[in-house]
Design a protein around this ligand. Structure first.
Ligand code: PAF
Length: 292
């Protein structure tokens, strides 16, 4: 496994074998099974796998959040080596954003609601760094976890709108045995608080069950989800959403997706503080049955 910091080294490694196909997994490090599932999918789909580890200052609004973001580069590299990754890019911040840097990408509508409303500027930072990573690596495929469903939607728009010649692959959320979605932030949950963090997934499941039992009014589904979180000690809702899975516009009524459609009927999502730790999760409902 090659570990490089500078851009020229990434490009040399990337283009050394013209017949190779590359999958890129962008990360901010502090890797967990969710990241490793992306690496494994990239391994299956491509002859070479690249991973970036870069805690992107442009997507943090709060300097304390950036400063306390968990990091463990040695462990990350050991895990990636075990997974047979070919190339790891660990750029220093001043290489990605040198003095005088002034080019940012703003994906408009799909960045606006949900995480975009809660964290203004967040997706501008994500879109900018992902565009840079894709431009430096030039992979055939780039991998993201569905846990950050809005990030996937933003990156899909970015790739389509700016004609990046690659495929965005979105992989299922990896969960702890009790349903908590894996996230680098989970380490911030104290042992006393940790059991309550399952309320996000339980709320989504309750919403999904209500939909499966015939409830199609989006506001009723939101109410079902709110009830679960509100009944949980130490949990406080930031938002609860029932939205179109691609545009992320809030729905009034959840209508079944067309039989051969590639998307579900609605994205149920929420953000909640459990004690002081802000967590997000989502579930797609009404996914069309596989055709044939
Ligand atoms: O999901 C993340 O870890 C980050 O938002 C990403 C995609 C690596 C961009 O910094």
């Amino acid at each position: 496994m090659q570990v490089v910091a500078d851009i020229a080294a990434v490009r040399r490694a990337r283009h050394a074998d013209p017949s190779a196909t590359w999958g890129l997994v962008p990360t901010m490090g502090f890797l967990h099974e969710g990241h490793l599932s992306l690496v494994r999918q990239a391994r299956r789909d491509n002859s070479r796998v690249g991973v970036s580890i870069f805690v992107n200052p442009a997507q943090f609004q709060n300097p304390d959040d950036l400063a306390t973001y968990p990091r463990d580069p040695e462990r990350d590299l050991a895990l990636l080596k075990q997974e047979g990754v070919d190339l790891v890019w660990t750029p220093p911040p001043e290489l990605v954003y040198p003095p005088g840097y002034q080019t940012y990408i703003h994906v408009e509508e799909v960045s606006r609601p949900l995480e975009g409303a809660a964290r203004p500027g967040h997706f501008r930072g994500v879109a900018t760094v992902v565009a840079k990573l894709m431009n430096v690596f030039q992979p055939q495929r780039v991998y993201f976890g569905q846990k950050d469903a809005q990030q996937v939607a933003v990156v899909k728009h970015l790739v389509e709108d700016l004609n990046f010649p690659l495929t965005v692959v979105s992989c299922p959320t990896v969960r702890e045995p009790d349903g908590l979605a894996m996230s680098s932030r989970n380490v911030l949950l104290s042992p006393q608080v940790r059991p309550h963090a399952t309320c996000l997934f339980r709320a989504l499941q309750a919403g999904s069950d209500a939909f499966a039992q015939g409830e199609s009014q989006a506001e009723a589904l939101r109410a079902v989800m709110r009830t679960v979180v509100n009944a949980t000690p130490m949990a406080r809702i930031d938002y609860v959403s029932v939205a179109h899975p691609e545009t992320l516009a809030e729905l009034d009524v959840v209508e079944a997706a067309a039989p051969r459609s590639s998307r579900g009927a609605a994205l149920l999502s929420l953000a909640a503080f459990v004690d002081e730790v802000r967590l997000i999760d989502n579930l797609t409902v009404g996914e069309p049955a596989c055709a044939d």
